[in-house]
Ligand binder design. Sequence first.
Ligand SMILES: *Cc1c(COP(=O)(O)O)cnc(C)c1O
Length: 393
Amino acid sequence: MSKWDATLGEELRQLKKEGRYRPLTVWSGGSGTRMELDGRSYIQMSSNNYLGLTDHPALKKAAIDAVDRYGVGSGSVRTITGTLDIHRELELRLAEFKGTEAALVFQSGFTTNQGVLASILGPEDVVISDELNHASIIDGIRLTKAARKIYAHKDMEQLEAVLKESAGFKKRLVVTDGVFSMDGDIAPLPQIVELCEKYDAFVYVDDAHASGVLGKNGKGSTDHFGLHGRVHIQVGTLSKAVGAVGGYVACDQVLKDYLIHKARPFLFSTSQTPAVAATCLAAIEVLKQSGDLIDKLWDNASYFRAKVQELGFDTGASETPIVPVIAGSPADTMTFSDMMREEGIFAQGIVYPTVALDKGRLRFIVTAKHTRGELDETIAALKKCGEKLNLIR
Ligand SMILES: *Cc1c(COP(=O)(O)O)cnc(C)c1O
């Protein structure tokens, strides 16, 4: 028996017993609305490719041209030889797009949250976080010596109470997802901003699922609510709707300069490859003319959500293209997921402990590229499986 077997192996066996062991699903083909798995084509309802940019011709050309011009790697961290002209250009264009003084790009949204939160908070500060914030925010907070307070999901009374009792701290920072990834609901940013102004706190919004989705041309939740200049730190991802990989913080110049000296993933991990930076630059140009594409995304999402609700399913708090369909226990969720798969539809099952024990769900993500035919096929399969499983009220 290997030395891992007695410890890690035992934990894995326990996961299997609880039905929580997840082998990786290995797809062939790009991340379009249909993807191939073991030789069969499935309608893909779980990809974050909201606008279909992963195989946009302009983005692909930008990536290929960048490889020809710069090669495949940047060769270093940003602070040594890893800042190429396209990295600088990307940050200038991102700041312009977001309407902020500056932007700083990281390797991913995950490392952006880790790098920013860990850098700006010290032992005399307090960070106040929505209970449903993303794992990367939680990990970023774990890396600080700041005091931590959690408020119930979107509970503004509790947030106010916590802000009131936090007067003694040097800096107060309120952190929220812009769009919550498991429920597809939107943070009450206007109320958060008002409370933060009243109690002299900073606002930090993570727009991973709002980038390219919410606001004019996908500028995010700050733009969606008309809060320009009142949100201090906007984190975005280049990995979801933008179609490539990477993350960024849009902020003022002082914070950017500070992070360049302090944010550890920025300082100690190699910069984005030239092809990725060039792809993201091309994506911003596409986003600037994306009005119709984003309208289509929201049309598709409203259509799908309304049809699913009409059938009698519980879609929780969904108000974005993320549409959870609640199944219940982990076992019911997995059965539901397997049955949908037999119908040729892939929607990721999400169970405890990611969500409450009785709120297991299939999470559907509608994109601008889904055809009405594909959505209707998905809805028909939902009806068939929902009836069999008694999930329809
Ligand atoms: C996906 C996600 C991230 C991580 O972004 P990556 O670019 O994939 O690392 C961060 N925050 C939230 C809320 C997310 O949903």
